[in-house]
Design a protein around this ligand. Structure first.
Ligand code: THU
Length: 137
């Protein structure tokens, strides 16, 4: 699957967002190295802190399904009911979850540029000097 198709899956995934507090709907589409795609949307909570981002929902669905090898994740976000904003990037906690399961120099984070086209970043570029499993090996 190419970056444009993965980004489209993330845009579509926003429809399932549960965001009654922020009204900011995020979708994510995680590409496994076997070609499988897992989607996720942000899920908020009245107590606020249990809120989970779209990226982590996608990762935890995949990992709990036995997947361990990942190629890329696309992320799309914007006001609920509206179109996606440009360059909605993963929060720090989600970058740390990616670091746990992905090779930072190879794993790509795909965002929409101002024109809605995919723009890819390597995880190692958006999480420099990250702490990961190899630090505990
Ligand atoms: N959110 C995500 O789902 N992913 C991100 O990368 C940034 C933020 C969600 C969390 C919360 O439900 C809403 O966006 C506003 O912060």
């Amino acid at each position: 699957m190419d970056h444009a198709a993965l980004l489209k899956a993330a845009v579509d995934a926003r429809k399932a967002s549960y965001c009654p507090y922020s009204h900011f709907a995020v979708g994510a589409a995680l590409l496994c190295s076997d070609g499988t795609v897992y989607i996720g949307a942000n899920i908020e909570n009245a107590s606020f802190s249990p809120t989970v981002c779209a990226e982590r929902v996608a990762f935890f669905k995949a990992v709990s399904d036995g997947k361990r090898d990942f190629t890329a994740i696309a992320v799309s976000g914007g006001r609920e009911g509206g179109g996606p904003d440009a360059l909605v990037a993963p929060c720090g906690v989600c970058r740390q979850v990616m670091m746990e399961f992905a090779k930072p120099d190879a794993f790509e984070v795909v965002l929409a540029d101002g024109g809605g086209n995919p723009k890819a970043y390597r995880l190692s570029d958006i999480l420099p000097l990250g702490f990961g499993p190899e630090n505990l090996a």
